[in-house]
Design a protein around this ligand. Structure first.
Ligand code: DX5
Ligand code: ZN
Length: 214
């Protein structure tokens, strides 16, 4: 299992320290939640702050766009050379075109599905993406409760991926902890995002990351 801690739960007054902590603690990706206050009812960080994160991070960036006007935000973040940029299928009229644009910038394209969106909605995009992110909470905030129906969705998505693009990874985001990690692995998840579990863990960041690596 690859681990992508979300810096949304970091202490933004000590962001450099908290980015170093997850990288030194053995994470695989640094998950960056970009919210615009329109697609989701919250507002986070833009390229000015994320460029500082990129300088400090010793692991690749995984940028999760929760915005309107995806293409504009892809242009803003592309110069930071993230490994992944993911966008929500619910907010994109021309997903295939956007995937080609992201790929053309030498970034791995990924698509995100909200809890209500069936995996079949992206069946004909699977061969063009490197990862699908399934939301296991409603996007917008850290620290929410895991929605268990994502487990069935992972299995259905996995079956489609095996036919269309076996190299495509499945990432799960929201409410993840050592309590549900086994069921996620069993269902077929490859990457998990974890914010509050990693940053607010009483046993510390290193131990939290280690406990998800199964
Ligand atoms: C929610 C974000 C998540 C969030 C995860 O919109 O996409 O990445 O930070 O936080 P936890 O792990 O606390 O649910
Ligand atoms: Zn996220």
């Amino acid at each position: 299992m690859l681990i992508a801690p979300s810096i949304l739960s970091a202490d933004f007054g000590n962001l450099a320290r908290d980015v170093r902590a997850i990288c030194d603690g053995g994470c695989d990706l640094v998950h960056v939640d970009v919210m615009d206050g329109h697609f989701v009812p919250n507002l986070t960080i833009g390229p000015v702050v994320v460029s500082s994160v990129a300088k400090i991070a010793s692991k690749p960036l995984d940028i999760h766009l929760m915005v309107e006007n995806n293409s504009f935000f892809v242009d803003l973040f592309a110069p930071l050379k993230p490994k992944y940029i993911s966008f929500h299928i619910e907010e994109e009229k021309h997903p295939h075109r956007l995937i080609q644009k992201i790929r053309g910038l030498d970034i791995s394209p990924a698509i995100v599905l909200n809890p209500h969106t069936p995996p079949e909605a992206i069946e004909f995009l699977l061969e063009d993406v490197d990862m699908v992110l399934l939301m296991s909470v409603n996007p917008g905030f850290g620290g929410q409760k895991f929605i268990p129906s994502v487990l069935e969705k992972i299995k259905r998505l996995k079956a489609l991926i095996e036919i269309k693009n076996p190299n495509c990874l499945i990432e799960i985001d929201g409410g993840i902890s050592d309590k549900n990690i086994e069921s996620l692995k069993e269902a077929g998840a490859d990457v998990v995002v974890a914010g509050s579990f990693v940053y607010n863990n009483p046993n510390g960041i290193n131990s939290a990351i280690e406990s998800l690596k199964i």
